[in-house]
Structures are given as structure tokens and as C-alpha cells.
Design a protein around this ligand. Sequence first.
Ligand code: DON
Length: 334
Amino acid sequence: MVKQGDFEIVASPFQAVLNDLHSKYKLLQDGAVANYIPELAKVNPDLFSICVVTVNGEVYEVGDYKRLFTIQSISKVFTYGLALSDCGRDYVLTRVGVEPTGDAFNAIVLDEQSKRPYNPMVNAGAIATTSLIQGANPTERLNRVLDMFRRYLGHDVFVDMSVFTSERSTGHRNRAMAHLMLNFGMIDHNIEESLDLYFQQCAVMVNCQDLAVMAATLANKGINPITTEQAVDGRYIKDILSVMHTCGMYNFAGEWAYKVGIPAKSGVSGGIIAVVPGKMGIAVFSPLLDVRGNSVRGVKVCEELSFQLGLHLFDCLGNGRRKKEEGRKKNVRF
Ligand code: DON
């Protein structure tokens, strides 16, 4: 075991699997960086990192895993957990549904009958979710969100002000969604405050290692495996992971569930987190995106990792088990 900062980097055959995936997929140059938020277009498209953190706190990582970027839509998972803790499941369900849309993440669409946004993983649902976060004023609400991220990451976080202001001044689609939801009573009075908090949560800075710790916290009943702090009440983990599983990869969610088979969430800055309940959190960062806004290399790495390690949640007999047997022979840990 090699000690690096606060983390134990474990030298093992598992690390070799990550190294191989990194070497293989760094050659893949498909996709384009997000440019609809002007500040995001400035990112170096070659950045690439993979990190796995187990529920025992073991850390495996390769590439630019210390490089900071804004969390973007991956934040939606965690603010959903905070809204559930603040308002309870029943109330949150009156404001935001749990149905996948099949539409793009920024579609301006609400459920025709209930007028709710479809789910908390798409922009409309995430804005409605953020509007539920409690606090006496905008500063207190922002501090509660930042403190929530601190529990998941194990250290303080900050908002990238240039990305925040860039999105705030160009986020007219999100503003249109907020007005539509205000019209139907799905979001309360001060929509500019809710939008600001939503843009701020999206602009929280993380690195790939942070994302893997956050994912591992979800895999570990809401307890950060490095600090052992309870980041979210364990009773909401099944709600969070369910919507990640069905809606986390937007209009790719079905294919992802079919092929990769573990709850996941992506963001337009190029991050993807995936959660193997009771086992590990996985994070990949690579800013080149496909047309649905998912990291091209991130999707490939997760597909292959799931296949190689037999991580698909519903794979009780098939490839996963065969791969596990092969893994045991090669002494690969998972
Ligand atoms: O609302 C937006 O457009 C961004 N702040 C977040 C979008 C995002 O990451 C969608 N993910 N693929």
C-alpha cells in the first residue's frame, strides 16, 4: 500500500485493470467539449482520469485525477438527497417525479397530467429539487449545499465563480423552465434565487478522486468511507440510486442500464460517477462528450469495467460470473 495524501493507493491487479483502460481509451478522441456554457469550452480536451474507491476506503486511480473541474449535473444526485432529507420523500414527490424522459437533459417539458418535471436528474427536475432546499436566506441555503458536499468529499469545497457567472448569464433555457414550473406552482416565488443556487451547485469544483469518494459514499449507505462521516441519511440511498439507475444518463439511460447495469450520473464537464452498492464508487473524467452530453471515454471505460469485473447488478449467471471466475484466476479484486 502506498500512502498518498490522505488516501491509501493500493498496488494490486485491480490497479492494472484501470491502467490498461486508461492507456486504451486515451487514444479515443471522439466527441466534443461542451460549449453552451462559454467557460466550459476552455477545458483541455485531453484530460482523462479514472478513480475507484471501495467501501473499505481503498483508492485506485490513474491519469489526471487531481485536476479540478466543475461538477455540473452530477450535483443533481446530491441535492436530491438533501431535498429528501429536508422535505421528506412524500413532499418531494409532489414537486418532482421519478420517470425517465427519453428527452435531452435540457428539454423544456413537464409531465402533462401532474405538471411536475419528470425526474430530478434532468435540468427542470433539478431546478425544482434545488428550490426545495431549506434555509432562511440564499446564503444559508448555499452554505447548506456546500456543507453537504463537504460531508461527501471529506474536505471544503468552493464554487468556480467564472463558470457560475458564465452559466448565470447564458442559462436562458433553464430560466424558461423555471418560469414554466412557476406557472404550474411546481417551484416557489423567488425563481432567480433558486436558479442561482442551481448554477452554484453546478459550479462546485471537484476532481475525479472526489467524485469517486462521493460515489463510494452512496455505495456505503451514505457514509463517507474515508472520513466515516454520514453524508446523507441511509434511508434515502435507495431513492437516490433508483433515479440514478433509471434517469442518470438522460436519453442514454436505458442503454446504459442494459449494458453497464449500475446506477450512474454524468455531467457536461465530462465527469461520470457510477455506484456499485455495497462495493465501490467509480468516477471517470474526460471532457469529450457525445451528442447526449455524456463523456465518450467515460461511457466506454464504465462499459468495459462492468464487463470485466462482472458489476452488472442483474447479471446473476452470465458473463459477470464467468468474468469473476477469470478474475479470480488472475487474482483481480473487485
Ligand atoms: O444546467 C445546465 O445546463 C448545466 N449546469 C448542467 C448540465 C449538465 O451537466 C447536464 N449533463 N450532462
